[in-house]
Ligand binder design. Structure first.
Ligand code: S3P
Length: 163
């Protein structure tokens, strides 16, 4: 089984995913990082070159690649829910990491290292409202990211013995 972490940009998917994977002895991948390594370029440049649709196709290809693998914690880009069909490409449990909008806005502003192309045209609040229902549609379980440790514990509790 794989565990897919979804949620808004800066919701903590990768930080939580790394700790979770280590704890349950799964492999960890961050889809954005995987794409950057595989294509030897940045997400920002892929958006510039191929547009959002081009990037979304590459994202879906990674889900396809991991569909038949098992025991991976997979941190998905925040926009994985934009294409509803991606749900069919997730073979495992989908965990939504929820964070208050006010907290997300603070984190995105502070995270200067990670320049997310979508925030050049949209605010965090716009994206949050556009995607709220999509995240709900994808999720099997939902946890709140107060801090990494609590988030990992909530995930393990909600998964019960199923890891
Ligand atoms: C995106 C989120 C980013 C990255 C890309 C698009 C989005 O990932 O995939 O910039 O559409 O929300 P993070 O959620 O890891 O920031």
């Amino acid at each position: 089984m794989n565990i897919y972490l979804i949620g808004m940009p800066a919701s903590g998917k990768s930080s939580v995913g790394k700790v979770l994977a280590k704890k349950i002895n799964y492999e960890f991948i961050d889809i954005d990082k995987y794409i950057e390594k595989k294509h030897n370029t940045s997400v920002k440049d892929i958006f510039a070159l191929l547009g959002e649709d081009g990037f979304r196709q590459i994202e879906s290809d990674v889900l396809r690649e991991f569909y038949d693998k098992t025991n991976y914690v997979i941190s998905c880009g925040g926009g994985i829910v934009v294409n509803a069909s991606n749900k069919l490409l997730m073979n495992g449990v989908v965990v939504l990491i929820d964070v208050k909008l006010s907290e997300l806005s603070k984190r995105v502003l502070a995270d200067k290292k990670n320049s997310r192309p979508l925030f050049e045209t949209k605010t965090v609040a716009q994206l949050y409202h556009e995607r709220k229902d999509k995240y709900d549609y994808f999720k099997d379980i939902k946890v709140f990211n107060y801090n990494i440790k609590s988030c990992v514990n909530q995930i393990l509790e909600k998964l019960g013995g199923n890891v």
